[in-house]
Design a protein around this ligand. Structure first.
Ligand code: MG
Length: 367
């Protein structure tokens, strides 16, 4: 087996702060390997396969789902982590976890739930991820949730509060998320036809990649050209982040993982690529996320979520039994939000179209 040396500033398995419910060490799996397996085997993770990233099935079958986005983030994050000498098991687990709290219909579903809960603590997919892994998943006899390692919970908490610098491994996952969506959302939008390659090559982030591709192949049709640029874009971003991060790390000469918590965020692109990425994100917001077809989808899905929320708040007895504890302890609105957030796009859509009098719900017999 290949062994990759850890840098001084990597987080060591043996330094883990452990789990809320203490468990004995596994004979051949490290703590974060166990976390990875627990995440992959939980129901919320499987449901990512039927949750949208930006596009739903009505846009065809090329685009990313929340699950394939997650797998791309895992890949980019592990590449960054290995090259930097960081703890790849921790990185893999954190990347698998990062979007697990997304409700159906992406940010539109999230915005609706947040406004429906505005007097009850709001709704945020990062906070929901913590509810899922600490409370809602029922997979083990000895404890609720997945009893994940403290470092993973802290990493997820950072995403909701941003109040302190997280471990370098967590920073890598955040960076990989951004590299993945800044690249694949354009790829999807081009393939679906919401964007034209000619528009993209005008953006600074695409310009360099397009130049590299043209140098390598003199004549490509538009589809091949766009695919080659997408590959190059991932290379450009990863190489830039690695170079910029390595030079910051060299300058600081960190002796251990804890010292990284005392600095600013170190895993980040150069100034130049950072500006190009924010330009690209503005472009994506305007041309893709606010495209009339995407906005129309948002409108419809928001209505479905609202309809379901109102229906179940009036009839909490129709919630599956596994929400009983939340119902008792935190009230009907939170219990309904947890239930709806668990739903896939398809089950939410089917359920919202279902006759209001029907007592059965699609998730009733799932677990
Ligand atoms: Mg993500």
């Amino acid at each position: 087996m290949e062994r990759f040396p850890l840098a001084d500033f990597a987080f060591r398995d043996e330094d883990t702060a452990g789990r809320r419910y203490p468990e004995t060490a596994h004979p051949y799996r490290g703590p974060f390997q166990r976390d990875r397996d627990r995440i992959i085997h939980c129901a919320a993770f499987r449901r990512l396969s039927e949750k949208m990233q930006v596009f739903t099935a009505e846009f065809g079958n090329y685009h990313r789902t929340r699950l394939t986005h997650t797998m791309e983030v895992v890949g980019v994050a592990r590449t960054l982590g290995r090259a930097l000498g960081l703890n790849e098991d921790l990185i893999e687990a954190a990347a698998l976890l990062h979007d697990i709290g997304h409700p159906p219909f992406g940010h539109s579903g999230e915005a609706v739930l947040d406004s429906l809960l505005k007097n009850d603590g709001g709704f945020d997919h990062n906070a929901q991820a913590l509810r899922i892994v600490e409370k809602l998943e029922r997979r083990y006899i000895d404890f609720p949730g997945l009893n994940l390692s403290r470092e993973l919970l802290d990493g997820q908490t950072f995403k909701t509060h941003k109040n302190r610098t997280p471990l370098l491994e967590i920073q890598v996952v955040d960076m990989a998320d951004s590299i993945a969506y800044d690249t694949h959302d354009v790829d999807d939008a081009l393939e679906i036809g919401l964007l034209k390659t000619a528009q993209m090559v005008e953006t600074p982030l695409w310009k360099n990649a397009a130049r590299n591709v043209r140098r390598r192949w003199s004549s490509l049709d538009e589809d091949d050209f766009h695919r080659a640029v997408v590959h190059d874009l991932i290379d450009i971003q990863i190489s830039d982040v690695l170079q910029a991060t390595q030079s910051r790390l060299r300058a600081l000469n960190l002796k251990n993982a804890a010292e990284a918590l005392e600095t600013e965020i170190l895993v980040a692109p150069s100034q130049e690529i950072s500006e190009q990425k924010s330009d690209a994100e503005k472009f994506l917001l305007e041309k893709v996320y606010r495209h009339p077809k995407v906005m129309s989808l948002r409108g419809r899905t928001a209505e479905w979520v609202e309809t379901l929320f109102d229906r179940f708040v009036l009839q909490p007895e129709k919630l599956p039994k596994r929400y009983d504890t939340v119902l008792k302890q935190e009230g009907v609105r939170r219990a309904v939000a947890d239930y709806l957030a668990d739903m896939t796009d398809r089950s939410a859509r089917m359920e919202s179209l279902r006759n209001k009098k029907s007592p059965r719900s699609p998730l009733e017999n799932v677990e």
